[in-house]
Design a protein around this ligand. Sequence first.
Ligand code: SF4
Length: 423
Amino acid sequence: MSTQLLSPNLLHHAEYPAPPLAERVWVGLKRHALSLMLDTREVYTFDPVGRLWIAFIEGVNYKRGLDGRMVCKWFTPDGMRRLHRLTGEEADSILRWAHQMATQALELFPAESDPACKEALQRACAWDVAAHHRDAERFLQVYKPVSILPPDQYLALVLQVTEGCHWNRCTFCDFYRDRRFAVKTPQQLREHIARVQEYFGETLRLRNRIFLADANALVAPQRMLVPLLEVVRATFAIEPEDLEPEELPRWREEHPVRFQGIYSFVDAFTGYRKSVAEWRELRQLGVRRVYIGVETGCEDLLRFLRKPQTGDEVVQTVQTLKEAGIAVGIILLLGAGGDRYARAHVEETVALLRRLPWSAGDILYFSELVEPFAGEYTQLAREAGIQPLSPEQMLAQRREMEAALNLPPGVQRATYDIREFVY
Ligand code: SF4
């Protein structure tokens, strides 16, 4: 069984019989995590200090966020993906169970097995339910809730250089309704970073990129943004792109805490105002990819969604980003406008996407409209007599758009499911 988890990143491992807990227990220690496997039915992954991170229990995958929220995913026998956000009580029962399994695995750990695995198990055993609760409270003293990240950024180190959304009025989005928009000063950012570093401690090594939050951090004027990025650069090592392949291992060894680049959201209705020279300046400071909530190419639908952007602004934003050497992540909102806009949404979105200068490194995300999280949208749609699309109809929208596009090699297409996000 252990070969399933063997990988080049595996530093230590131990395998032993442990009835009645399991016929075989396997403990694997990697640079970033400890895995505990009980036969093939349960796997627990703990971060380097011992917090529960991921669990797989009898066919269900659980993921815990640092703020204590937990989601789980599974597939039904007919292959349908299901997702559930756990209540506090449900999350506690998973934490309790994981702690119990780790404690029993430690009690049965053979004296002659790898001591590094034993120490890692001891660290995990120090994290009972109460310790997880205390840690979540500590996290929420450092961060305003991290509302959402693009799926390829789930392992990023979030820095809240701004708070909230400067627009905050799109009907389908209530991610930032709880806070006013504000841009941190360099001094405030330094203080935030110091608290972030203290909170993460050695688990900073787990984070591979830097994500500037909140909603559209790059909306800040260049004269405010550049000093903020300089603060980030003065604190964190970003992997240089111009190193020769033989120089890279040494650079990495010298920078155990390092990041592949800086990433952020921007909205097209302000992003288009930045010049190529301004984006280039951000590129030189480490910005590698920028995510844009395009939602749809249908401008009537955008008005219904109360998102104040035009297709031309999207095209101009992407063009200037590309000229500056920055990749894009484009996010579409499947099902937006329900049956009323379904045809126009597909056709006009395809027409807009065809105008964009796609290149390798870009990502096209498909995000289903999720009505329980959809702010005022549901009420307005109901008043307008709009019928929501079913998951199958939204999938059909995606398939139709993908079939009509001819994206160049190296452009990824992916699902962006806001329900599964925890940080
Ligand atoms: S969709 Fe973006 S621009 Fe609109 S309210 Fe939400 S975060 Fe702000």
